[in-house]
Write a protein that binds this ligand. Sequence first.
Ligand SMILES: [Zn+2]
Length: 59
Amino acid sequence: MTIVHCRECHQDVERHAKTCPHCHAEIPGESKLLLAAKYALFFVILAALIYVLFNFVGG
Ligand SMILES: [Zn+2]
């Protein structure tokens, strides 16, 4: 269990809480932008890995 700050009221909330217990904001631990950025980063890393792998195999 990790404590983070709510993106709305900035009080302590559990990382994976669905709503903030203080201000009832949805998914207080992660902004939607941050989630999108995480997915983008994941695909960038995946693409880079595939690129490196193909270059390595191809010699
Ligand atoms: Zn809050």
